[in-house]
Design a protein around this ligand. Structure first.
Ligand code: OGA
Ligand code: MN
Length: 280
């Protein structure tokens, strides 16, 4: 079966069929998949659940995997894989339910070098619910009035793991994990290193305050930009099929999990993040 691409949404999302990831893609196929990702922002490769070694090997053309920070969710066979499960609980805290990414965010912006890509592989998916939503941050930037685009030039924002503005619950972290994530600041508009296009760079979960602005003015600006960027016109909503490998570009998108699947239905994802560069 030949490699075939289909658009998933009007302005983002692309699906690839006809590629069997049980063996790593050849150079030509890998190049086509990477181009499709740059073009579609979210790339879904349809297939069957892969064993951990095959999954990691198949994703090598997308970049260098970064070992997962949260030690207790690491896959026992592969340090590159984090297991996200509907059974996740706050093990170091009160044992309450944890749904990773339940509010709009981009991955790893609390780091000086946030990951470029995130890859989720659907091992078990619920029959209904559990979709992942995305927004196109190029489109959100381009839709801003000129005056706002000018206002944002050179503006930087402090990102903090445990931001006072965060919308979701984060798991309790060990002192060592906390010490590894000091505050960082990033530009509020970034230029994608591969496409050269400008994108809004927001993370409602981790942004603490605009550098050089008082708190009230900063909150007002961030709230306004978040409301704009998450408008339905910029969204794509991914409905999972078992075996999907979903790759998204954190440099020009935000995303959000939905914990709306029925009680008792399982959702298990194998997650890989890919090394990135300093946002500019
Ligand atoms: C993530 C994430 C969303 C989901 O893995 O970074 O936000 O739908 N996941 O599981
Ligand atoms: Mn995420």
């Amino acid at each position: 079966m030949a490699l075939e691409f289909t658009r998933l949404g009007p302005h983002m999302g692309i699906a690839a069929e006809g590629v069997d990831l049980a063996t790593p893609p050849d150079t030509t196929t890998a190049g086509e998949l990477r181009r499709a990702l740059l073009d579609g922002l979210v790339l879904c490769i349809r297939g069957r659940p892969l064993p951990p070694d095959a999954y990691v090997a198949a994703m090598a053309p997308f970049g260098t995997p970064r070992p997962q920070l949260g030690l207790h969710r690491r896959h026992p066979e592969r340090a590159e894989i984090m297991i996200l499960s509907s059974e996740d609980r706050d093990e170091l805290g009160d044992g309450g339910r944890i749904v990773v990414g339940a509010a709009w965010h981009t991955d790893d912006s609390f780091m000086a070098l946030p990951c470029s890509l995130t890859i989720l592989h659907g091992i078990e998916v619920p029959e209904s619910g559990g979709d992942t939503q995305f927004v196109n941050m190029y489109a959100a930037y381009e839709a801003l009035p000129d005056a706002m685009q000018r206002r944002l030039t050179g503006v930087r924002v402090v990102h903090r793991y445990d931001s006072s503005r965060k919308g979701n619950r984060v798991g309790t972290r060990s002192a060592e994990e906390v010490a590894r994530t000091p505050d960082v600041d990033h530009p509020i508009v970034r230029t994608h290193p591969e496409t050269g296009r400008k994108a809004l760079y927001l993370n409602p979960n981790r942004m603490e305050q605009v550098v050089g602005m008082d708190r009230a003015e900063s909150d007002q600006l961030l709230d306004q930009l978040i409301a704009h960027a998450t408008e339905p016109r910029f969204q794509y909503r991914h409905k999972w099929h078992r075996g999907d490998v979903l790759i998204w570009d954190n440099r020009c998108t935000m995303h959000k999990a939905n914990a709306d699947y029925p009680e008792g239905s399982r959702r298990v994802m194998h997650r890989i993040i890919v090394e990135g560069t300093r946002p500019v």
